[in-house]
Write a protein that binds this ligand. Structure first.
Ligand code: ZN
Length: 329
């Protein structure tokens, strides 16, 4: 493992002197990375303020897809004990924003965030439609895929919608205008080209696609997928490569701190960051965009996290923290 610590957030002008002691503490912990991820969870878990300054992440090479279509996704129900809504309800500060609050007090007022819940619970019912090819600039690729599932049948498409809802709530409370590419309100899809187009047409300040991976048992951890430079056909990611890396680096850093999950042990070289040029949702994006693979549904220990509503709330908080950090930068 070459990971050298949670070095994700690029250096930024400081916002709060109160964060200095924590930064110093974390810097010491980075130097002593052998202490393990539990330390980061202990230090960063309860805090998701979005400001601990870090050095930039490490560039990683493209890797092949490990998010192949797998399960039919025929069970989108919450597993026993998942209690997502209960966990969310119990989370502190889960109140609707006051309609009378001045917009200026909301840190993300005027910002637009597009959340793309990966796949669709209905995709498996429409194989011919989701298998039809769409142009992603570099080549033609399937409109969409069914996504994976845990061994017990918790579908990735259910996971992505749940995290998307939690993330929407968190960002809306901060004043952002949030749009989902799908909300369980359509039979299948949208296709990956439309998912990108929704972010583009919304002129999103940030877009994030939510996923969980379908890799082999023993492969664990999260990773954030960044767009690589692509200039072919309708795809031109050159303007968004830099800001997307900034966005993804911040999300990875906050995700580590809030969830306590380690970066992937099977892609990204321990950085939690992976660059790809084969994803239509990234290739066709004109706005800063990343994918977050929150964990591996096919690993039992990751699955135990992914099926926990309390953990999904943390995942949403980690992603939210990165977005807020990026947008306020
Ligand atoms: Zn996926």
């Amino acid at each position: 493992m070459s990971y050298t610590g949670p070095d994700f957030d690029p250096p930024r002008p400081h916002r709060s002197p109160l964060r200095r002691p924590l930064t110093v503490l974390l810097a010491a912990l980075v130097a002593g990375a052998l202490l393990g991820w539990g330390v980061y969870a202990a230090v960063g878990g309860p805090r998701d303020g979005g400001g601990t300054e870090r050095a930039a992440g490490v560039r990683t090479p493209p890797v092949p897809s490990s998010d192949a279509p797998a399960a039919s996704g025929d069970d989108a129900k919450e597993p026993a004990g998942g209690s997502g809504s209960a966990a969310a309800t119990a989370s502190p500060g889960r109140r609707a924003p006051s309609p009378s609050a001045p917009a200026a007090s909301a840190p993300l007022a005027g910002k637009v965030v597009v959340i793309d819940p990966g796949h669709n619970p209905g995709n498996f019912r429409y194989p011919s439609r989701i298998n039809r090819k769409v142009d992603i600039g570099t080549h033609r690729k399937e409109c969409d895929t069914t996504g994976t599932s845990t061994d017990s049948g918790y579908a990735e498409a259910a996971f992505t919608l749940d995290v998307a809802h939690r993330l929407r709530d968190l960002l809306t409370r901060q004043g952002a205008t949030v749009r989902l590419t799908q909300d369980g309100d359509r039979a299948y899809g949208p296709c990956v080209d439309e998912r990108a187009r929704i972010g583009n047409e919304a002129r999103a300040d940030a877009a994030v696609s939510i996923h969980a991976d379908g890799s082999g048992a023993g492969n664990r951890g999260f990773h954030v997928i960044l767009p690589g430079p692509v200039h072919a056909g309708a795809a031109d990611t050159r303007p968004i490569v830099g800001p997307s890396r900034d966005l993804g680096t911040r999300i990875a850093g906050h995700f580590v701190r809030v969830t306590g999950s380690a970066p992937s042990n099977y892609v990204g070289g321990g950085t939690g960051l992976v660059t790809r040029t084969d994803l239509g949702g990234l290739n066709l994006s004109k706005v800063p965009k990343v994918f977050v693979e929150c964990g591996n549904m096919r690993d039992g220990r990751d699955a135990a996290l992914l099926t926990s509503g309390a953990w999904r709330q943390k995942a949403a908080q980690g992603i939210s923290g990165g977005i807020v950090s990026f947008l306020r930068g």
